[in-house]
Design a protein around this ligand. Structure first.
Ligand SMILES: Cc1cc2nc3c(=O)[nH]c(=O)nc-3n(C[C@H](O)[C@H](O)[C@H](O)COP(=O)(O)OP(=O)(O)OC[C@H]3O[C@@H](n4cnc5c(N)ncnc54)[C@H](O)[C@@H]3O)c2cc1C
Ligand SMILES: NC(=O)c1ccc[n+]([C@@H]2O[C@H](COP(=O)([O-])OP(=O)(O)OC[C@H]3O[C@@H](n4cnc5c(N)ncnc54)[C@H](O)[C@@H]3O)[C@@H](O)[C@H]2O)c1
Length: 586
């Protein structure tokens, strides 16, 4: 111990150490010297670590060995050289920076998602509904019809403690429609793109009442709606609800243009039930066809899959269908997959008419390359149980089919049509007319309309519009609450009527018109390819194909999901499809 530790001291103060070493006092030799040696050793160690410089340990060990050998005992070795400090390597510093940044980013992401998850699973206690506020002013009834894009966006932004909020909708969940075309073939599961409305309303500040019912009538004069439960017979199935404010966000329904046979024979692509029907039909038709000999004309007919309507819904569904056939069915049923023909039928000269011409051309070429039979200028006129009759370049053609999916756009719901009839100002057949503050013409004091059930020049029926309108209305309701409070104060004894009126005017004038900010459009076109037509700060970005666009499309859709649960489930579905392929069972 003494011999080896002695060496450690030599490099710095050999004289001092020698004095200690040769001391005849046992305390000095056995206690003080080893303590000093220990400190010195740890000093050397920290110098080495802090500066990233390696001490020449070989030389050090050699000296240690030499001086501890009997022949060298008693000699005073020369002082060791100070450790050589080499300059820091740039690569090492950069590597360390990247590693630290990555680590902190991962930790921050985990922290963020854990917090989000915690908030989703453990919502805060909600303020109960009441007839009046603490100051005695009445708390108004805000009734919202629908649980789609418009209503849910409104609900998520609204301070629900300011009103008694009641939601009425026959659908007890929110449906993330942009991924609906991915569900029939199983790229994404239907349950991954729905969020229960009960979970959504449980996360709001004030409690919200939900009725699983259809609104069947609106009485704008008496500010009352009639609703019919979706469970007739099991309970009192019709009731009336009074409202102070009513928001109509009941969407639209699939249109058939009154073409004979469509409702009876085609399947739409609008709701979860449609997706399930399409899936069942596809899988059963494939199994039926595989039962027949290859040259049987019935087999050929069954394996004709027709998609009518070359809008984004039709294109995205045809793309997903072709993906399923080319990527998955090909492996498990190669003969069937070879014989299936997917045709996309469009009445106009082009598909995807809301996109830029370059993107349209790219998509059309891409789909043809992917073996989708693109039939442009082909207007369907009649649908039979196993064929369609269409007009193509002046000629009538008949196309047999095994599966027929219909996606030719939307038309107003029955309730929308009935409400139009009640208000003289409602003169447009395509939807409820609203003003720039989203108030229903003819009932501006109490009814608002958002989303697909409305018509306003410049607003297309998309999730993007409905979402922004919902956000806008949430702000409007905040201001309406403030105005209502002031109006109530005005009626109280000794109220300063003039100053309150000035405040009311100020708030009223701060309710600005709704301005739609179009962010652009995205569409999936199959084979891990997408197109994007983005509008960022006035600049247009049009891109097609390529990994970037595909992953951008996926990231945008993920970010648009209404809950973390949806995001996780959709991501897991994409990973599952990539690893195991799509499931072909019904
Ligand atoms: C397959 C598909 C894909 C799409 N992809 C995109 C996309 O990628 N990007 C995009 O911007 N848009 C997309 N859209 C369009 C988008 O889904 C609609 O524009 C959007 O859903 C409109 O929102 P909304 O709130 O008006 O209606 P919806 O979301 O349709 O909601 C209507 C709600 O009202 C309820 N309701 C109906 N009748 C009544 C009644 N009588 N009483 C009470 N409640 C009622 C319904 O049950 C539903 O809950 C897609 C549409 C489809 C069909
Ligand atoms: N990725 C996206 O942004 C996206 C995806 C889906 C839907 N959406 C939106 O949802 C709404 C509905 O979309 P959609 O695709 O269901 O409808 P759409 O109205 O956009 O397209 C319907 C298509 O069907 C065609 N058509 C109509 N009748 C026909 C007939 N008898 N024979 C042949 N073709 C016929 C029309 O010419 C039209 O091109 C649109 O506003 C759309 O923008 C957007």
């Amino acid at each position: 111990m003494f011999q080896s530790t002695r060496l450690l001291l030599m490099s710095q103060s050999s004289t001092t150490m020698n004095v200690l070493r040769t001391s005849t006092i046992p305390f000095t030799r056995n206690i003080i010297l080893p303590t000093l040696l220990k400190q010195r050793s740890s000093l050397l160690y920290s110098v080495k670590n802090n500066n990233n410089n390696l001490i020449n340990s070989k030389r050090f060990l050699h000296q240690s060995f030499v001086s501890s050998s009997p022949s060298h005992q008693g000699e005073v070795p020369p002082p060791a050289q100070a450790p050589v400090l080499r300059p820091r390597s740039k690569f090492r510093t950069a590597g360390k920076f990247i590693w630290k940044t990555t680590l902190y980013s991962i930790l921050a992401t985990i922290g963020y998602f854990s917090y989000q998850l915690y908030r989703e699973i453990h919502p805060k206690t909600q303020l109960p509904q009441s007839k009046t506020f603490e100051n005695g002013s009445p708390r108004k009834n805000l009734v919202i019809l629908g649980t789609g894009w418009g209503s849910v966006s409104l609900l998520q932004e609204l301070d629900t403690t300011l009103y008694n909020v009641i939601i009425v909708s026959p659908r007890n969940y929110f449906l993330f429609t942009p991924l609906l075309p991915s569900t029939p073939v199983g790229t994404v599961n239907v349950k991954s793109i729905v969020e229960p409305i009960r979970s959504i309303i449980r996360r709001t500040k004030g409690s919200v009442v939900y009725y699983e019912a259809w609104a069947t009538d609106i009485d704008p004069q008496n500010k009352q709606i009639t609703v019919k439960s979706v469970f007739p017979g099991e309970q009192e199935d019709i009731k009336t609800i009074d409202y102070d404010y009513l928001v109509l966000s009941i969407g639209a329904t699939s249109t058939t243009f009154n073409i004979p046979g469509v409702s009876e024979n085609a399947i739409f692509m609008k709701e979860i039930s449609d997706s399930e029907k399409v899936r069942s039909k596809i899988m059963k038709t494939i199994e039926k066809a595989s039962f027949l000999p290859r040259d049987d004309p019935e087999r050929r007919k069954l394996l004709n899959f027709l998609v009518v309507g070359g809008g984004p819904t039709g294109v995205e569904f045809a793309a997903e269908l072709q993906d399923f056939i080319k990527q998955d069915l090909k492996k498990i049923m190669p003969e069937i997959s070879q014989d299936i023909k997917v045709s996309l039928i469009e009445g106009l000269p082009n598909i995807l008419n809301m996109f830029d011409k370059k993107l349209i051309d790219y998509t059309e070429k891409f789909l043809i390359n992917e073996d989708v039979d693109l039939k442009l200028n082909t207007m369907v006129k009649k649908v039979n149980p196993d064929s369609i009759i269409a007009k193509c370049k002046g000629e009538e053609i008949e196309l047999p089919y095994g599966v027929l999916v219909w996606s030719t756009g939307i038309k107003p719901q029955q309730l929308t049509l009935d409400t139009m009839k009640k208000l003289d100002e409602q003169t447009e057949r395509r939807g409820l007319l609203i003003d720039d503050k989203l108030r229903l013409l003819g009932a501006q004091d109490s009814i608002f309309g958002i989303g697909d059930c409305t018509f306003h020049p410049g607003f297309v029926p998309t999730a993007q519009v409905a979402h922004q309108e919902g956000q806008y209305l949430a702000k409007t309701f905040q201001k309406l609450y403030e105005i209502d409070q002031l109006k109530w104060e005005q009626e109280q004894p000794n109220a300063d009527i003039n100053s309150i009126k000035t405040n009311i005017d100020k708030i009223e004038s701060s309710i600005v018109d709704f301005k739609y900010a179009h962010m652009g459009s995205l569409a999936y076109i199959g084979g891990d390819k997408a197109i994007m037509d983005l509008n960022i700060a006035g600049a247009q970005y049009r891109l097609s194909g390529g990994n970037f666009v595909f992953w951008f499309w996926r990231s945008v859709y993920l970010s648009m999901c209404v809950s973390l649960r949806n995001r996780v489930l959709v991501t897991a579905d994409w990973v599952r499809t990539f690893v195991f392929g799509r499931d072909s069972s019904v």
